[in-house]
Design a protein around this ligand. Structure first.
Ligand SMILES: [Zn+2]
Length: 166
């Protein structure tokens, strides 16, 4: 049966499938989420890199929001040890239309896997070890920690230090 955004049971089923699939894929709830349940996980071997998924499930709810034009969003971020957060590239939207709740949740997880692979392919900064992103304009690999702009010594990332910072 196609997903019907006006059907509360479908919206609950999508929320359950999505959150279950995210947790099985190693995502954890973002304790600082606002407005909607947000899940995140580090990208191993790429210090500072975090995938974050905006689920469209309200913080106090068990179902995804009712507007079918709304989208689940998958974003790749750099979360610095200094609290700086910066986008690592394009955001993927998963529209909640046309398929079963299970199929929509599966599609969201596939977008997460693609984003993870994309970030995992990014080179690390040769100076400080942080993940890099492709700068708009120059098209160059650029340190997400912007380490060259620091007046003091840059924070140097341990390759195994993938901590989530906020
Ligand atoms: Zn750097």
């Amino acid at each position: 049966m196609p997903y019907d955004p006006d059907n509360l049971n479908h919206r609950r089923a999508l929320a359950t499938h999505l959150i279950g699939a995210l947790e099985r894929a190693g995502f954890e709830p973002d304790p600082n989420a606002r407005g909607e349940r947000t899940y995140q996980r580090r990208v191993e071997g790429r210090p500072g890199a975090v995938l974050r998924v905006f689920t469209t499930v309200p913080l106090d709810g068990l179902a995804v929001r009712g507007n079918g034009r709304d989208a689940i969003r998958v974003v790749a971020l750099y979360c610095g040890l200094d609290g700086k957060v910066r986008s690592l590239g394009s955001e993927k939207r998963v529209f909640r239309v046309g398929e079963s709740p299970e199929a929509i949740a599966d599609r969201a997880i596939e977008r997460c896997r693609e984003a993870y692979r994309r970030v995992k392919q990014r080179p690390r900064c040769r100076k400080c070890g942080a993940v890099t992103f492709i700068a708009k304009g120059s098209g160059r690999d650029t340190c997400a920690a912007i380490c060259w702009a620091r007046s003091n010594d840059p924070a140097v990332f341990d390759p195994d230090d993938n901590r989530l910072s906020h």
